[in-house]
Design a protein around this ligand. Structure first.
Ligand SMILES: Nc1ncnc2c1ncn2[C@@H]1O[C@H](COP(=O)(O)OP(=O)(O)OP(=O)(O)O)[C@@H](O)[C@H]1O
Ligand SMILES: [Mg+2]
Length: 297
């Protein structure tokens, strides 16, 4: 199909190619601005060019979610957009009679899945697959979904239920720095790239309130321990351990009269500047907020 768009086809295909080109021109110069197309199934003709042009127009208009039938396409804005993930917006999608009529959003997917569980007498497990290339925003999206469920999968009237949901979300998010230390690394595409797959299970009780969670990891990229591509790094943990060790090496203890008492640190033991200088030679890439930072250990 794409060959025809580019005009490379010959023979009887050429006629079809000509009409496709006309359709393409008509679509691209249509009255409705491209960024208003919130579902890629409305794109006509469906070619790589029209789909990409539509997504590009939406990206330029700061619209980062687009439906593609029952699939949601998320574009990485590469900048913080707090109002797109506010608690107020979560509640709006949760309370909407038909969330799919609102603008495409990851909260629509979250809410639809939640309602699927709620509406069934014998609930069926629901799964959300977040996939994409490295740096696309999968980890970010999973975090958004967990935050969403912590807000909606709690009784609106029970303070205790809210606390439980919040605590479960917090525990999962708090386990991230540890898991990411051992499983994430700086790559050319993503400073904090997950080098393993994650299956996160959220458990609900019969009243559809969150009661527990489990995280399973799989397919860790073990070969990274032994070798990394040029300008890429090993797992964060190795740099963190090294920075820990360098800190310890710089600590000096005061002589103690009584060995049964805890050691006292010497006054000049605060040596972060020196450690920073020692280890910064390993750090060749710009850091982002939230990425383990060598100097801080
Ligand atoms: N919706 C978003 N809003 C703002 N920033 C985002 C969003 N999604 C992703 N980002 C930014 O893009 C970076 C990369 O995203 P993320 O780590 O989620 O990618 P990934 O798909 O998990 O990549 P990998 O497969 O390498 O682990 C994040 O650190 C964040 O800065
Ligand atoms: Mg990731």
């Amino acid at each position: 199909m794409l060959q025809q768009v580019n005009g490379h086809s010959s023979g009887s295909d050429a006629q079809g190619g000509g009409s496709l080109r006309k359709d393409l021109q008509k679509f691209l110069s249509g009255e409705a601005p491209l960024h208003q197309l919130d579902d890629l199934t409305k794109v006509n003709p469906v070619t790589l060019e029209t789909v990409l042009r539509c997504l590009q127009a939406r990206y330029a208009a700061d619209t980062f979610y687009t439906n593609a039938g029952c699939t949601l396409v998320a574009l990485n804005p590469f900048k913080p957009i707090p109002q797109l993930y506010s608690t107020a917006l979560m509640r709006e999608y949760h309370a909407a009679p038909q969330p799919q009529k609102l603008k495409p959003h990851i909260f629509t997917v979250g809410e639809q899945t939640y309602r699927n569980v709620k509406s069934l007498i014998e609930p069926v497990n629901q799964s959300i697959i977040v996939s994409g290339e490295s740096g696309a925003g999968k980890t970010w999206t999973s975090r958004c979904l967990m935050k969403f469920y912590a807000v909606v999968a709690a009784s609106p009237t029970s303070w205790e239920s809210h606390k439980i949901a919040e605590r479960i979300e917090q525990r999962i998010l708090n386990s991230n720095p540890v898991m990411e230390a051992f499983g994430n690394a700086c790559t050319l595409r993503n400073n904090n790239s997950s080098r393993f797959g994650k299956f996160i299970q959220l458990q609900l009780n019969r009243a559809q309130q969150m009661t527990g969670a489990a995280v399973q990891t799989y397919l860790l990229e073990k070969t990274r321990v032994a070798c990394q591509a040029s300008s890429e790094r090993n797992f964060h943990i190795f740099y963190q351990v090294l920075a820990g060790l360098l800190h310890l090496g710089n600590i000096r203890f005061a002589d103690s009269e009584d060995e049964a008492q805890p050691c006292q640190l010497m006054g000049d033991a605060k040596c972060e500047d020196r450690v920073g200088a020692c280890v910064s030679g390993f750090d060749h890439t710009p850091r982002e907020q939230g990425t383990p930072h060598l100097e801080k250990g």
